[in-house]
Structures are given as structure tokens and as C-alpha cells.
Design a protein around this ligand. Structure first.
Ligand code: UDP
Length: 337
């Protein structure tokens, strides 16, 4: 019988794609999402892709009794926890809101899981825990650096909370450190839906190409990299989604009653901002208006993942190229004009 998996934040960008990957792997995902940074239209997109409705609770997941009853009513076997605030800039202005929401909901969720005897948890972490690394690529053993944002600190502290609970209680948990997720489902039924002016590079690029923004400003052209622009590891969101399924299956295979580990989820390849822009121009078949502007405060110069551990233990690696991710992101953008 297929297992029921609770996906907090399952209507968000990575959450919704993971719901697809779970369903395609024979799991029954159940979403809880308060739609504070996602759109109900995602549910229609999921229905169009999967041919069935995915159960969804339009609720804040920081509610102990509600989580317990969802876990019980649906006989949940594992949880993937995406629900969190994620804007770096905003986190610096509203630190308490970020600590309360991101850490409060994690603690409440683990409490409810333990109360119901649910042992398998996958947590959304981030490569932001590595800060500005000295020698990329980074492995999971690369030292974690003091966080440069409140958002980043919620991820670091979230990992520590889970690690400490695993030392004391029967919990099998995995923290997944995401690099830069981009792209959309190839059907263009679901994708990234930034509210207002996008903070992230790829939605800014696609909105500029669509004429919704005048031009892209590249934050800094004088970094010590091959072309002076920052380097990141961009990963197709469907590859990232599939890694969650692999991690969940891996956690189910653990024989001991406790397990905790961290995994990098990236492509293993670094690309500069300019490389990405030029690749995008080939796909959209038109020049992208851009200017080189000042550096963005707090930006990491260059980071990309060593993905050996994910390959070896999770049996997962990326299957889609950056070109494919940009093509899918562009197809998704074109739905909105
Ligand atoms: N970036 C840029 N212009 C933008 C948005 C982002 O030049 O309008 C750059 C940014 O400096 C970084 C890269 O694109 O080098 C990825 O930025 P993003 O915010 O998407 O991810 P993160 O910085 O969190 O890795």
C-alpha cells in the first residue's frame, strides 16, 4: 500500500515540485500550506499534472493539535518540511518573525511527530550554511560558517535542533542543503511565483526577457572569478524534488531507531551570472538587456556542491542540464506574458 507523506509548504516552489515527484514515485502526498507565499492556483496545476486532487490543508503548520490530527487521520509515515519564510533581506528587518516562524514551526512539527510516533523527517536546509567557502566545491564536511543573515541562521539552527533531537529521541532525519533551485515543471503547470520584484536571478531574467522588467542588474562585475561575476550551482527544481524522494526512501531504509545526516543537493557544477545570462539568451533567441551594477551586500563570491555523498548514499544525482532548467523557466514565464 502506498505511504502517506505530509508535505508542509507543499504549495511553494520546491514543495509543489516535490509533491509531483512523490506522487510519481507511488507516495500519497498531503499538503499543509498557509498560502502566505504561495498561490491556490498551484493546486490546479498539480491536478493537471497528476490527474487527481492532492489533499491540502490551508493552514499554518505551527499548530500542534492540528498536526497531530492530520498525522493520525491520514496515517502519515513521513514528513517533508518546507514551510518557512525565505527572503534574506526581509529576515534582516524582521528577525523575530523569522525565528518565530521558521524555528517555531519546526519545533511544533517535531513535537507532533514524536507524539504520534512518526520517525521520518526531511528538512529543507541551504548551502547558505557554508557562507563564503574558502575552497569550493563544498562537501558536507566543509565547516559551517557563521550565518550572514537571519534567514541563513534559521537554517543553521534548524539543522542543530534536529541533530540534537535525534541524539535523544527516536527520529530519523535528513537535512538537505539546497544550492540554487531554478526552472519549472516541463508542463509549465507549476513553477516559481515570486511576489513583486524577484530577488532571485532566474525569475528576474525571465521577467526581463518577457518585458516586465526594463533590465537585469548584475550585482558586481569585479569579483575574483573568470568573468568577474559570482558563481553558483544551479539545479533544476525537478532534480531537487526527486532528491527528496530519494532521501525519504533512504530514511525509511535505516534499521537503527535514530539517524541524522546532511546532504548537498546541487549539480556539482558552478556557473557565473554572465554564463547563465548568455545561455538564457540562446534559449530565448534574443539579447537580454543588462547592466553591471554594484555588488550586493552579503553575496557569496563562489560556491558549488561536491555531490559525491548524495550520489553514493542516496543513489541520486541530477539528470537535467542548466539549459533544460532555463528552457523550462522560460516556458513557465511565457504563460504570464
Ligand atoms: N543576481 C544578480 N542580479 C539579480 C539577482 C541575482 O546579479 O537581480 C546574482 C547574485 O548576485 C548571485 C546570483 O545572481 O550571484 C544568484 O542570486 P540569487 O539571489 O538567485 O541566489 P543566492 O544569492 O541566494 O545564491
Amino acid at each position: 500500500m502506498s505511504q502517506n507523506i505530509l508535505v508542509t509548504g507543499g504549495a511553494g516552489f520546491i514543495g509543489s515540485h516535490t509533491v509531483v515527484a512523490l506522487a510519481e514515485s507511488g507516495f500519497n502526498p498531503i499538503i499543509i500550506d498557509d498560502f502566505s507565499n504561495s498561490e491556490p492556483s498551484v493546486l490546479a496545476g498539480l491536478r493537471n499534472i497528476l490527474g487527481r486532487d492532492i489533499p491540502c490543508y490551508a493552514q499554518d503548520c505551527n499548530q500542534f493539535s492540528l498536526l497531530r490530527s492530520i498525522i493520525r487521520d491520514h496515517q502519515i509515515s513521513g514528513v517533508i518540511h518546507f514551510a518557512a519564510f525565505k527572503a534574506v533581506g526581509e529576515s534582516m528587518e524582521e528577525p523575530l518573525a523569522y525565528y518565530r516562524n521558521n524555528l517555531g514551526s519546526l519545533i511544533t512539527l517535531i513535537d507532533a511527530m514524536l507524539a504520534e510516533g512518526i520517525t521520518n523527517l526531511i528538512f529543507s536546509s541551504s548551502c547558505t550554511v557554508y557562507g563564503n567557502p574558502d575552497n569550493p566545491p563544498v562537501t558536507e564536511l566543509t565547516p559551517v560558517k557563521p550565518a550572514t543573515s537571519v534567514y541563513g541562521n534559521t537554517k543553521q539552527i534548524g539543522e542543530e535542533i534536529i541533530r540534537d533531537v535525534c541524539a535523544a529521541k527516536p527520529l530519523k532525519a535528513i537535512s538537505l542543503r539546497y544550492f540554487n533551485p531554478v526552472g519549472a515543471h516541463p508542463s509549465a503547470e507549476i513553477g516559481e511565483l515570486p511576489r513583486g520584484i524577484p530577488n532571485n536571478l532566474v525569475p528576474y531574467v525571465t521577467q526581463t526577457a518577457a518585458g516586465l522588467r526594463k533590465q537585469l542588474t548584475i550585482f558586481g562585475g569585479d569579483y575574483p572569478t573568470t568573468d568577474g561575476t559570482c558563481i553558483r550551482d544551479y539545479i533544476h527544481v525537478m532534480d531537487l524534488a526527486e532528491a527528496h524522494v530519494a532521501a525519504l526512501q533512504f530514511s525509511f531504509q535505516q534499521k537503527e531507531s535514530v539517524y541524522y545526516d546532511t546532504f548537498n543537493l546541487g549539480s556539482g557544477q558552478g556557473n557565473s551570472v554572465l554564463e547563465l545570462v548568455h545561455q538564457f539568451e540562446k534559449i530565448s533567441k534574443k539579447p537580454l538587456p543588462y547592466q553591471i551594477g554594484p555588488r550586493r551586500e552579503g553575496d557569496v563570491v563562489a560556491v558549488w556542491a561536491d555531490v559525491q555523498k548524495s550520489k553514493e548514499l542516496l543513489g541520486w544525482s541530477t539528470r537535467r542540464s542548466l539549459e533544460e532548467a532555463l528552457r523550462d523557466a522560460w516556458r513557465w514565464q511565457q504563460k504570464f506574458g
